[in-house]
Design a protein around this ligand. Sequence first.
Ligand code: GAF
Length: 355
Amino acid sequence: MIGVWHAPGRVNLIGEHTDYNAGLVLPFALPQGVTVAGSRRDDGLLEIHSQGRSETVDLAGLEPGSVTGWAAYVAGVAGVLREAGHPVGGATLRFVSDLPPGAGVSSSAALECATALALTALYGVRLDRAELVLVAQRAENRYAGVPCGVLDQSASLLCRAGHALLLDCASGESAQIPLDLGDHRVLVVDTRADHRLGDGGYADRRASCEKAAGLLGVAALRELTDPEPPLDDPVLRRRVRHVVGENLRVEAAVGHLRRGEIAAIGPLLTASHVSLRDDYEVSWPEADAAVEAALGAGALGARMFGGGFGGSILALVHLDALPRVRTAVTTVFAGNGWTSPVFLEAVASPGAHAR
Ligand code: GAF
């Protein structure tokens, strides 16, 4: 058997650093993503080709740590499926991607999800999308060593065209929220500051949340409603304030979207950025400057999205203001001597599928 599968990258409209706190997220899928052509082979080898690079992995010796770098995201999916007892064997997988690497639009999750669709289809493994999300997440956690939540894999596998996905990471329940932008656009600005989830900042934030939850006697920060919890450590207090506030902002944004009030989500986006910058401390200079420039040029709201420490911001912009916003951001980057940003109009697109 031979087939072709596509898994998209994502933008997260709002709900940042909430997934691993059992909270709410609201991503949508991009038209860009990872496409894989795959076929079975019976020698137990996984032969992987991507952007001029090739690796061969012997599935018999596969375990966490035995494959490193980009191939770990692919081999990890095979490893997790096999650990769970699924009869997945060798394959030749050829990947192409039109996602900008390092832009924080989930190229890793797209790689995992495309692999998961390919391997399960090639070997007749029947898993539903929610199960595939966990396979892909586990591959990233265990084989790539990144302690991510389920946001990116859920976006890639569960999103629908024209909709944002409201995912409750506590219950796993999700709802498709129509994303009617009218005369507005979601402008993504790749700040060209490469993000590296594996670099420690992300794991540190996650550990802080777990510590705060432990001190407050809750299983996850989602259970809290008080944004000013009784914690002595001011850093932990700020982290909790972000998470509690961000869940409330997701709920408010969903309310506005359901009522067709797209412009009303602007201030929520900006409040999310301020919280990620000041309380969660995961934004970076290019993101802060891009957000400020976009708002100054008439964007209705703007925020960093993804894990932080590099990557992209998004801005909600009326069509008339798009040229102004692009110029303002480009000018501020040039003034700082930074690499020119790259712009992308994000269109809510279908989740992963066979082609
Ligand atoms: C990264 C992670 F992979 C997600 O799980 C999520 O935590 C996000 O950062 C922050 O919201 O994309």
